[in-house]
Unconditional design. Structure first.
Length: 69
């Protein structure tokens, strides 16, 4: 299965830059990224951005959910 390099945009201001580049198998599925005591949810809406000379998909932050206990 091929992995697609993506950029996570938005969300908490303290979300570390080094966690903003991720890999996913699909542009149609949301990315649920564990961060702190919850999950940050990101969706791709067709936007791309240049990163290191490549156009990569941008996943924008939509919501945060807590980790179930």
């Amino acid at each position: 299965m091929s992995q697609i390099k993506v950029l996570l945009v938005g969300g908490p201001s303290f979300f570390p830059p080094e966690e903003r580049v991720q890999f996913t198998a699909s542009l149609t599925e949301k990315i649920k990224h564990r961060f702190g005591a919850g999950y940050e949810h990101f969706l791709h809406e067709g936007e791309y951005e240049k990163l290191d000379g490549d156009d990569i998909p941008v996943f924008r932050w939509k919501t945060r959910t807590a980790i179930a206990e």
